[in-house]
Write a protein that binds this ligand. Structure first.
Ligand code: NAP
Length: 288
C-alpha cells in the first residue's frame, strides 16, 4: 500500500459500514496500478449525512461510494445527478468536482456488465422476470432496459412495492433504455405460469442469501433457453442457480455485479478503468 500526503483519498459511506467489501476491492486495484491512494470506510449517522457530504470537498476527497441506508437519502444533498440516478431513484457513487457533488448509479452498470459477460451469447429480447422490488431490483430493471430487453415483469411479495416500481420506472427509465421498454408487475403467485416463456430470470430479493429464508419456486416449467442470474452472492451458488443449471440454463452468479459496480467509481476517483481479475474475485470470496 502506498499512501503519502499527496495521495488521492476516497471513501465508502454507510451505517453501519464494517461489513463493506469496497475498501478491499479498491485496494486491490490501487496496488495493481501502484496508485498513491486509499478508500476509507466511514460510518455516517443518517442524522449527519448532509454535514458529512458537504465536508467531502473541503476534506479534499475525490468522492465516495454510498451504501445502505444512504442510497436514496443522499440525493437531495447532491449538486447534480445522472439520468440513471433519477431513473433508479438511488445513488451509489459520488464524484467530487471542485466544490460540487455529482451523483451516479454504478449498480446498474455492475449488474448489466456481469450479465453481459456471464451470458455472452444472449439475445437481449423477449421477457425478463425480476423477483423483488427493493433498491437492488430497481438497478436490475434499469440494467435490463439498458441492455435492450423490451419486456420486464416484476414480481414481489408485497405487490404494492412492485406496482410502485413499475409505475415510477416506466416513465423515468426511458432516458437510459435501449429502445422501447415495457415494465409491468405480476403477483408472486403468477411466477410459475410465466417461467416457460421468459428469456431472463433474475433474483433480486434477499431470499436464498445466507441467514435468510430460501427462495422456493418450482422451476419445472423453466425453459433451458432462459438465462438465470442471482444477485445474491453469499452463497455463490444459490439453490436457484443450482436448479437452473440442472435444467440446462446458462447461469450467472452475483459476485460479478459487486465487482463491476466498483469499476466506474475507481475510474471517477483515480482515473483508470480497472479490470476485474480472478485473483481479486477469490480475495473477495475468501473474505465473505
Ligand atoms: P431491499 O431493498 O431490502 O429489498 C429486499 C427484497 O427482498 C424485497 O423485494 C423484499 O420483498 C424481498 N424479500 C425479503 N424477504 C422476503 C421473503 N421472506 N419473502 C419474499 N420476499 C422477500 O434489499 P436490496 O438492497 O434490494 O437487496 C436485495 C438483495 O440483493 C440482497 O440480498 C443484497 O445482498 C443483494 N444485492 C446484491 C448486490 C450485488 O452486487 N450482487 C447489490 C445489491 C444488492 P418485500 O418488498 O415484500 O419486502
Amino acid at each position: 500500500m502506498t499512501l503519502t500526503g499527496a495521495g488521492t483519498v476516497a471513501a465508502v459511506i454507510g451505517w453501519p459500514i464494517a461489513h463493506s467489501k469496497s475498501p478491499q476491492l479498491h485496494q486491490y486495484w490501487l496496488d495493481r496500478h501502484g496508485i498513491d491512494g486509499v478508500v476509507v470506510p466511514l460510518a455516517i449517522d443518517p442524522a449527519q449525512l448532509e454535514q458529512a457530504l458537504r465536508a467531502l470537498p473541503a476534506l479534499g476527497l475525490a468522492g465516495c461510494s454510498v451504501t445502505i441506508p444512504h442510497k436514496e437519502s443522499c440525493i437531495p444533498f447532491l449538486d447534480e445527478v445522472t439520468p440513471l440516478v433519477t431513473g433508479v431513484g438511488a445513488c451509489n457513487m459520488i464524484k467530487v468536482s471542485g466544490d460540487r457533488l455529482i451523483g451516479d448509479n454504478t449498480d446498474v452498470f455492475g449488474f448489466a456488465e456481469n450479465l453481459r459477460l456471464g451470458a455472452p451469447d444472449a439475445r437481449w429480447d423477449g421477457t425478463a422476470l425480476v423477483l423483488g422490488a427493493g433498491g437492488a431490483a430497481r438497478a436490475v430493471v434499469a440494467g435490463l432496459a439498458e441492455l435492450g430487453v423490451p419486456d420486464i415483469v416484476v414480481a414481489n411479495r408485497t405487490v404494492k412495492r412492485a406496482e410502485q416500481l413499475a409505475d415510477q420506472m416506466a416513465g423515468s427509465i426511458k432516458a437510459v433504455a435501449h429502445g422501447n421498454v415495457s415494465i409491468r408487475f405480476v403477483p408472486w403467485e403468477d411466477i410459475s405460469a410465466l417461467l416457460p416463456n421468459i428469456r431472463f430470470l433474475i433474483n433480486a430479493t434477499s431470499l436464498g442469501m445466507a441467514g435468510q429464508p430460501p427462495l422456493t419456486i418450482d422451476l419445472s416449467g423453466l425453459s433451458s433457453d432462459c438465462v438465470v442470474n442471482d444477485i445474491v452472492y453469499q452463497p455463490l451458488e444459490t439453490d436457484l442457480l443450482r436448479g437452473a443449471s440442472a435444467r440446462g440454463c446458462v447461469t450467472v452468479d452475483g459476485l460479478g455485479m459487486l465487482l463491476h459496480q466498483a469499476r466506474p467509481a475507481f475510474k471517477a476517483w483515480f482515473g483508470i478503468d480497472p479490470t476485474v481479475e480472478d485473483q481479486q474475485r477469490q480475495l473477495i470470496l475468501g473474505s465473505t
